[in-house]
Design a protein around this ligand. Structure first.
Ligand code: SF4
Length: 365
């Protein structure tokens, strides 16, 4: 179980400040807090917020950064809820993790809850004697990471999903992969698992929408979850981009659908995408299938490459966007007054087993 402090409302006077006034007050509060504070900014965060981050990265890298700052009493996560939970799990007991707006959740993480996964597990293990290893993507609640820890499973990120699937198949015959079906399918397919050996468990359908025989035949049971940002990209977007920008390279995140990943030139984690574009020859044109704040930032920061989003229709992470400069200022000025608002705290039992699942990943990825 995860304990949340009841959300407080942003004082209306903060919304009336000009952007310049807000920036000045954030900078002053940050300076006054000094090394007692570390601000973590996810790559998908808006520019007005990420400019105040001490570290930028994907969710796992940022949690590692937090763990490497033992002096910081306060870890402010400019990301979404599951990221702040992971930072709390990996940070020290003397550290407090803050999510400036508690409504910054993740639609993918919300697609699998403990009750649904417990129910799925009971049904799967009732059908087959083969060993099933549960693997949860980093983008999941602490409760699901804990479930994996308790049931001989592990966590994976988009960078190490292949290593973790290899590890899982050393431990058992089948993998239950949640909550993102696309990362699971794309990774397993790349490793040579035929598509007909993967089934999709729909938590809203009776018996997951599958048959007992399909479960016995499957090598991977994929959870019916997805990222609302990455699922927007289509093969038609890729075809249109290739027409508009002849010679371009299309690179997408593995949270995109199997068809999109197959049609792209390359796919990989957020860090993979950044590194590939940074390492490319000047003059290269990149069409990128991931969150638009990252794509726009790459476009601005890499002067000698042309970088466009695969879909120019506002494909942004709407929940991460809820972390705005006003909430950042509010959280920081409260810290200056000795009040911690919107603390994310994972209870000891959940933390213990989630750490087991995270440690398995760190040991084997
Ligand atoms: S981009 Fe998708 S997976 Fe990432 S936080 Fe937003 S909704 Fe969740």
């Amino acid at each position: 179980m995860v304990t949340l402090v009841f959300p407080e409302l942003l004082p209306p006077q903060l919304s009336r400040l000009t952007p310049e006034e807000t920036d000045e007050r954030i900078a002053a509060a940050k300076e006054a807090l000094g090394s007692r504070l570390v601000i973590l900014g996810h790559h998908y965060q808006r520019d007005e917020v990420i400019k105040f981050a001490d570290f930028r990265g994907d969710s796992f890298k940022l949690c590692q950064e937090a763990a490497a700052c033992p002096d910081a009493e306060y870890i402010l996560f400019a990301g979404v809820h599951f990221m702040a939970e992971s930072a709390d799990i990996l940070s020290g007991e003397h550290q407090q993790v803050i999510l400036p707006d508690l409504s910054a959740g993740c639609s993918m993480a919300d697609m699998a809850n403990s009750e649904q996964v417990d129910d799925c597990w009971a049904q799967l293990t009732g059908v087959t004697d083969e060993i099933i290893i549960p693997i949860t993507y980093m983008n999941s609640t602490a409760a699901l990471k804990s479930f994996c820890g308790k049931n001989n499973g592990a966590v994976c990120t988009s960078s190490n999903a292949e290593s973790m699937l290899n590890w899982a198949w050393e431990q058992g015959e089948k993998v239950l992969f949640f909550p993102d079906q696309h990362l699971g399918r794309n990774t397993a397919a790349k490793m040579g698992v035929p598509l007909d050996k993967m089934i999709v468990w729909d938590p809203h359908a009776e018996f997951g929408g599958v048959t007992e025989e399909q479960i016995r035949e499957a090598k991977v049971i994929l959870w019916k979850g997805h990222c609302s940002v990455h699922q927007r990209f289509t093969v038609e977007h890729i075809e249109k981009a290739r027409e508009q920008f002849p010679g371009c390279r299309v690179i997408v995140h593995p949270e995109c659908s199997y068809e999109v990943v197959q049609a792209a030139d390359e796919n990989g984690s957020t860090n993979y995408i950044i590194n590939a574009i940074e390492a490319s020859e000047p003059g290269t044109t990149w069409i990128v299938g991931t969150e638009m704040h990252l794509v726009n930032r790459l476009s601005k920061e890499l002067e000698n490459r042309t970088v466009h989003c695969l879909d120019d229709c506002m494909c942004m992470c709407a929940t991460m966007y809820r972390i705005d400069p006003e909430h950042l200022l509010w959280a920081l000025e409260n810290l200056l007054e000795g009040r911690v608002v919107n603390r994310i705290s994972v209870d000891d039992e959940t933390r213990k087993w989630a750490l087991v699942a995270l440690d398995r990943m760190l040991a084997h990825a």
